[in-house]
Design a binder for this molecule. Structure first.
Ligand code: AP5
Length: 222
């Protein structure tokens, strides 16, 4: 029988490299990337009622209320493409109640990847991050600079990417991370995220290959 599509959660502190790794993972594994932060920023950009409210919390580095986030992510997870191709959930769940919400719906990943990055590196990554509004690609002024002046001239910075705001986001992360980890401890793979993006991806790729191989063996023995 054909194995079920892969389901992956990626987690880590602000600017630990989740979005960067998601780009590499989706390229190789063809999963649907679902980023809670991107879904929220789309609401903010659309100036919807939810977006206006979400922005108030995002500017303070706090979690946006569950009333806004939970259904938004669940609906995206349950869409046909995610069900058929498998999914890569980024930045969700961030609290025990969000994790419980997924469990209640029987939504459980095959693997939970935790990017582990030291705090001084996180701040440096946030301050230098730039985004291409045209392609959605993530750059860094030092570590991943744009390839030409045309791209460089259109790069933008996120409204919550200041040193002051990342410290607030880090506090929120520290308050919640243990609760989330406890839900997924049996399927957690901790990855050293301090290395270059290629070396970080090599660790993730090895972990995902292992999961895929194991599932193949399990489906053969059924
Ligand atoms: P969200 O958008 O999820 O932000 P975050 O968790 O703070 O993570 P980031 O997107 O900042 O970083 P990243 O880990 O993706 O790093 P990236 O790859 O860009 O959330 C924003 C806000 O939305 C939250 O504060 C909250 O208010 C709200 N929210 C989101 N989810 C929510 C939820 N579930 N519930 C409630 N509220 C929620 O990399 C960063 C930089 O480093 C880039 O410039 C990149 O080029 C560079 N870089 C990456 N990897 C490397 C490397 N290996 N070496 C060198 N440089 C690197």
């Amino acid at each position: 029988a054909k194995a079920e599509p892969l389901k992956v959660i990626i987690s880590g502190a602000p600017a630990s490299g989740k979005g960067t790794q998601c780009e590499l993972i989706t390229q190789k594994y063809g999963l649907v990337h679902i980023s809670a932060g991107d879904l929220l920023r789309a609401e903010v950009a659309a100036a919807s009622e939810n977006g206006k409210l979400a922005k108030e919390y995002m500017e303070k580095g706090q979690l946006v209320p569950n009333e806004i986030v939970v259904m938004m992510v669940k609906e995206r997870l349950l869409q046909l493409d995610s069900q058929q191709k498998g999914w890569l959930l980024d930045g969700y769940p961030r609290s025990s109640s969000q994790a419980a919400g997924l469990e209640d719906y029987g939504i459980r990943p095959d693997v939970f990847i935790l990017l582990d990055v030291s705090e001084d590196i996180l701040v440096e990554r946030v301050v230098g991050r730039r985004l291409d509004p045209l392609t959605g690609k993530i750059y860094h002024l030092v570590y991943s600079p744009p390839k030409n002046d045309e791209i460089a001239s259109r790069l933008t910075q996120r409204f919550d990417d200041t040193e002051e705001k990342v410290k607030l986001r880090l506090c929120t992360h520290h308050e919640n991370v243990d609760d989330v980890l406890s839900v997924y401890k049996d399927i957690t793979v901790k990855v050293n995220g301090n290395l270059t993006k290629e070396n970080v991806f090599a660790q993730i790729d090895a972990a995902l290959t292992h999961v895929v191989e194991q599932r193949k063996m399990n489906s053969r023995s059924v």
